[in-house]
Design a protein around this ligand. Structure first.
Ligand code: F6P
Length: 552
């Protein structure tokens, strides 16, 4: 929907194109990638695009030129360009919360001007980045001392969701660039096992906690933060001296009042703003733990990578625009071909947490059942994202991808250069990536298997039908710049899809009910008396069983 047109206007403009897409799908039937490649020898290079150091090959998707042309018309009619421009301009496109959506301002250059309610927000962004930079340098150099005068050797980020997944994913992704004499840990789960394991070998005198929470009211984060304070103050070195908190706790939040109430001096608070969604926040102060690990210079390189992709999204024609193409191919696969999941498969061990990060980005953003005006959606929304790094996944779930009855489209991500030259490892890794997309696309026919000889009874078991759609994203090297571009690519892909579905990709009301019910159940678990349980019979029975057996 454009920033000015209504949901119903946009629905009316896109309805004929959705109908055309359905007709086109039905008419062309099951496409055969073998035939498409045979008829068009240039397909592998033609259906590819490049931007911000990323190369996208979508030629192994089940699309023809007509499919792409219809999908591009859908993007135009849905007002992707207008809504994109509205987002970049700071319009309040998060309608259900009445907020601007300006994660792109977090990586805008110092001299950019981006206004929210008439105020240029770019100077605030850079002021916080400068403050983070100065603090990070102090911690990294050992100039920032703990309460007993020792330098910091461990940084523990306490946060959850967007206040955890981004920095945790990126700290691992960029470990190659990290200062290794400071360890980074992440505690997110309210399960005490998480805190216990993250801190069991740490020295409180050398530990810095970063309490990261946009709202500073999140149950998990506040519980872990209080536990961290008790852990610190109960150490013999501090003997309960509350003044130790100032040297061992900093906060990242939009909520100064709650930070102060917790007991953290707001001088030690790094601010961000309500126009940054939690799952879009790791290029903000939420990335402080990452900045301490890799240093301010590398952090800024990462922001430059985000910005390069932002500019690509803003300026490349739709037909060459990476996030637009990925978003449209995703809509084709899910809404038209009925494939409800996508496997994101990075062939790089440093990207081990990338898919988990994308799960929040995609599923919290686009798992919605109503449109911007509250009316029910007309098409399936959201995509179920899952995956693991290759080659590990090949020895686990790829069997289903090759021969199962459900089709799982895949995004394969790889790098031309390795960060650790170790004999043949990188060639072996990349050979596997290329082989998998080739096998998924083209399979092996009974005739080809028979020609190889062997037991004829095995032939049907060995056939792989192919026509399993994949995209491949290649970059030269996993640098901070590349990571920024890659994350921005997925952020904008999610945006394109959300726009076409006409949903609010920037709220998350669906998670509230579970939080509310948990708050009602907590006292029922903790009270000494037998509580009056007014749940359904299943929940009542589970609570009773837990109360009866919890102490072993
Ligand atoms: O419950 C979901 C959520 O609101 C996410 O959107 C967010 O990233 C996470 O909780 C953590 O929120 P906060 O940063 O306010 O602690």
């Amino acid at each position: 929907m454009s920033s000015t047109s209504s949901v119903s206007d946009t629905a009316a403009a896109t309805a004929p194109i959705w109908a055309e897409l359905q007709r086109h799908r039905d008419e062309q039937g099951q496409l055969d990638l073998r035939r498409l490649f045979a008829e068009d020898p240039g397909r592998g290079e033609r259906l590819a695009a490049e931007g911000a150091g990323l190369y996208l090959d979508y030629s192994k998707q089940l699309v023809t030129d007509e499919t792409l042309s219809l999908l591009l018309s859908l993007a135009e009619a849905a007002g992707v360009e207008e809504r994109r421009d509205a987002m970049f301009a700071g319009e309040k496109i998060n309608v259900s919360e009445g907020r601007a959506v300006l994660h792109t301002a977090l990586r805008a250059p110092r001299d950019a001007v981006i206004e929210v309610d008439g105020e240029n927000v770019v100077p605030q962004v850079h002021a916080v980045l400068d403050k983070m930079g100065a603090f990070s340098e102090r911690v990294r150099s050992g100039d920032w001392k703990g309460h007993t005068g020792k330098p910091i050797r461990a940084v523990v980020n306490i946060g959850i969701g967007g206040s955890d997944l981004g920095p945790a994913m990126a700290t691992l992704a960029l470990a190659h660039y990290a200062q290794r004499d400071i360890v980074s840990r992440f505690v997110s789960n309210v399960d005490g096992n998480d805190f216990a394991e993250a801190t069991r070998d740490l020295d409180p005198e050398e530990t810095l906690f970063i309490v990261a929470s946009k709202t500073f009211t999140t149950l998990e984060t506040l519980t872990n933060a209080h536990t961290a304070r008790d852990w610190l103050l109960s150490s013999p070195a501090f003997g309960g001296d509350e003044s130790a908190v100032a040297k061992h706790f900093v906060a990242v939040s939009t909520n100064a009042a709650e930070v102060s109430r917790f007991g953290i001096d707001t001088d030690n608070m790094f601010e961000f703003w309500d126009w940054v969604g939690g799952r879009y926040s790791y290029p903000s102060a939420i990335g402080l733990s990452l900045m301490i690990a890799i240093g301010p210079q590398q952090f800024r390189e990462m922001l430059a990578g985000f910005h390069a992709l932002d500019e690509h999204f803003r300026s490349a024609p739709l037909a060459e625009n990476l996030p637009v193409l990925m978003g449209l191919v995703g809509i084709w696969n899910s809404d038209l071909l009925g494939h409800e999941t996508v496997a994101v498969l990075p062939y790089d061990q440093y990207l081990k947490r990338f898919t988990a990060y994308l799960q929040q980005l995609e599923m919290e953003s686009n798992g919605k059942h109503v449109r911007l005006d509250g009316s029910p959606v007309e098409h399936g929304t959201g995509t179920i994202v899952w995956g693991e790094p290759g080659t590990n996944g090949q020895h686990a779930f790829y069997q289903l991808m090759h021969q199962g009855t459900k089709v799982v489209p895949g995004d394969f991500i790889g790098f031309n250069q390795t960060l650790n030259e170790l004999g043949r490892h990188h060639d072996l890794l990349m050979a596997n990536l290329f082989a998998q997309t080739e096998a998924l696309a083209f399979g092996r026919t009974p005739e080809e298997i028979e020609a190889e000889g062997g037991d004829p009874a095995q032939v049907p078991h060995r056939v792989t039908k192919g026509n399993r759609p994949t995209s491949t994203i290649l970059a030269d090297r996993l640098t901070p710049h590349t990571l920024g571009a890659l994350v921005a690519l997925y952020e904008h892909k999610v945006f394109v899809q959300g726009t076409i579905w006409q949903i609010d990709s920037f709220d998350q009301w669906g998670v509230e009910l579970g939080k509310k019910l948990a708050n009602a159940i907590i006292p029922e678990l903790e009270s000494a008396d037998d509580p009056h349980l007014a749940h359904d019979s299943s929940t009542n029975a589970l609570i009773r069983r837990y109360r009866a057996r919890r102490s072993g």
